[in-house]
Design a protein around this ligand. Sequence first.
Ligand SMILES: NC(=O)c1ccc[n+]([C@@H]2O[C@H](COP(=O)([O-])OP(=O)(O)OC[C@H]3O[C@@H](n4cnc5c(N)ncnc54)[C@H](OP(=O)(O)O)[C@@H]3O)[C@@H](O)[C@H]2O)c1
Length: 308
Amino acid sequence: MVSKIPSVKLSDGREMPMIGLGTYARSADPGQFRQAVEWGIEAGYRHIDTAAFYDNEEEVGEGINNKIKDGTVTRDQLFVTTKVWNDRHAEEEVVLSLKESLARFKLDYVDLYLVHWPFSTKNKNEEADIDYLETWRGMERTVKLGLAKSIGVSNFNEEQLDRLLKNSTIKPVLNQFEVNPTLTQHKLVEFCKQKSVLPVAYTPLGLISEARPEFIGKDVIKTDPKLIALAEKYGKTRAQIALRYLVQRGIAVIPKSFTKSRIAENLNIFDFQLTDSEMSLVDSFNINHRCVPAAAFKGLKNYPFKDE
Ligand SMILES: NC(=O)c1ccc[n+]([C@@H]2O[C@H](COP(=O)([O-])OP(=O)(O)OC[C@H]3O[C@@H](n4cnc5c(N)ncnc54)[C@H](OP(=O)(O)O)[C@@H]3O)[C@@H](O)[C@H]2O)c1
């Protein structure tokens, strides 16, 4: 039995569940996204994260609509997020891109629309000269048109977020970026909180995830006896400890899984509390390791991780 999932009030007054189901996968079998979304909603997820770039909006929408049709949920109980890709950053294109996403979902609106990255591209990874302030004007229009209830950003650094906050009518409600026990991001998290922008952690499992065996030598997070003992103390897995640690820092999380048991496991983090010293222990695994460096975009003007 999963304990009640807490929600957070966004700066525009709307509520968002603190945990959502992530849906990015480099490859998937036909039907796998739909199945994960259905299992997720059955397990109790009411928040689903996707993006135009993930090429799965049709299946995600199918999963959502199936669960609405069979009476498990109503549309207004769900919080659906999608994102505009870097090559649709012109003001008009932002609106068009969301209309296309909605047609793929077979939904009338999304709860949250995000600017996926602060840089703009054309012809795959080439620079396009479009300022994210222009992109944001398109985002604001999607709200006025009723296509998105809330708008926000992803992968914006402090400077980019600050500039956007100073030059926008509708403020971004959140910033979605990578945070996990090996990339703790205290500075950006605190900055977001100060500005009433909710931090949301993508890749929240980081190097704990079984999907990341490639980082040989950085696997202490998987083998450290103190972390194993901590998980055992609460009868939880290391993945659940990582998610609990993030939520306890006031960071929303969007773990992805295609595995029915893990989809349920990741939700089951609201019936225990880490002590201050246990929070510090998890913090101590920080090595500022980025699982998603977006290296293909390194040369672009608004690449957000230049200072690292
Ligand atoms: N805004 C952005 O630029 C951005 C970038 C990256 C990700 N995201 C979003 O954030 C979501 C989450 O990030 P992510 O998918 O990169 O990483 P993640 O959620 O941290 O990890 C996902 C991987 O961990 C495995 N896993 C899931 N639960 C587990 C558990 N309890 N124990 C062990 N392994 C587990 C999954 O395997 P199985 O599927 O095989 O179970 C999957 O391969 C994405 O799906 C996407 O929605 C956004």
